[in-house]
Write a protein that binds this ligand. Sequence first.
Ligand SMILES: NC(=O)c1ccc[n+]([C@@H]2O[C@H](COP(=O)([O-])OP(=O)(O)OC[C@H]3O[C@@H](n4cnc5c(N)ncnc54)[C@H](OP(=O)(O)O)[C@@H]3O)[C@@H](O)[C@H]2O)c1
Length: 333
Amino acid sequence: MKAWQITSDGIDALQQADREIAAPGAGEVRVRIEASAINYRDLMTVKHAAARGIPLPRIPNSDGAGTVTAVGAGVTGVSVGDRVASCFFQDWTDGACSPEAMASALGGALDGVLAEETVLKASGVVPVPAHLSTLEAATLPCAALTAWNALVEVGRLKAGDTVLLLGTGGVSIFALQFATAMGARVILTSSSDAKLERARAMGAAETVNYKTTPEWQKAVLDLTGGRGVDVTVEVGGPGTLARSVDATRVAGRIALIGVLTGGTIDPTAIMRKSMTVQGVYVGSRRMFLEMNKALTLHAIKPVIDHTVPFAEAKSAYKAMEAAGHFGKIVIAG
Ligand SMILES: NC(=O)c1ccc[n+]([C@@H]2O[C@H](COP(=O)([O-])OP(=O)(O)OC[C@H]3O[C@@H](n4cnc5c(N)ncnc54)[C@H](OP(=O)(O)O)[C@@H]3O)[C@@H](O)[C@H]2O)c1
């Protein structure tokens, strides 16, 4: 079967290879992958595999969905013909994140799913919600689950809360969809007025252009009567965190997710404002199943910016690098 492999650093070093596909062992399933969505993390892994200590060659990407073609011994609850999506962590079914879970990340510690077929744990896949195509479901394992974890588990979001979202990438657009479905008020930032308009059309109550308003945290404070938002989904990292802390209320919560920017962090304001700043690393299979119930109930469809054919996978990473996208970029088989 064909697979893309990281062979050294850089998008252009990705190579297509013919790989043997094993029969599924006990507790495993073989899946014909029909689509794989990319995340900023996959772009970073492809560009900086050596610094990340990734063993090479390595198949990239955590996110895939497709159809089960074989099941191993002892597998219950998953059958040939089922449509499934991969779990980012093959060994995180429930409870808190653990070193064992972290050692089971697809497209990092383990080979990923940018391949025609793959073998996954039966406990490392979830059923595709019936209202979604497999292509749409391929966007769920990382970005959607991270947004869900940030809002529901870490943010403990309630109807009426105000949420701050940064940018219009995969995580933030799923967070916009979940937060509006949950009855929260969303304030969203972007570098693009056209993207802000799209976000408002999707339910963002207020928007701020962080390029034309570099002190965007002040605009967010103004929009909340000087109080600050209840929950911030922080995808920016060190370069945006201080402003996010300013924009979040006393005793508010920040889900620390991203590394889009560099810099250093002064923790003083976090202490003074009695805030909870919690790291988020995607989420567990239990969270994925709960998220899929909400997706189904609210008939939420992932926002896909564009899809590229499997043979042109490199162009997907280049598009993400250019950051013109809104929502997700998908590689279809
Ligand atoms: N911890 C985890 O489990 C986890 C999981 C998923 C993602 N992440 C991280 O979260 C971040 C976002 O991931 P993603 O996959 O959603 O990325 P993505 O789809 O590539 O989104 C990138 C978007 O972020 C916005 N952005 C860039 N710099 C910004 C800044 N200074 N301020 C505000 N927005 C900015 C831009 O939006 P505009 O074009 O609208 O300006 C850009 O298009 C990445 O750092 C990724 O590694 C972490």
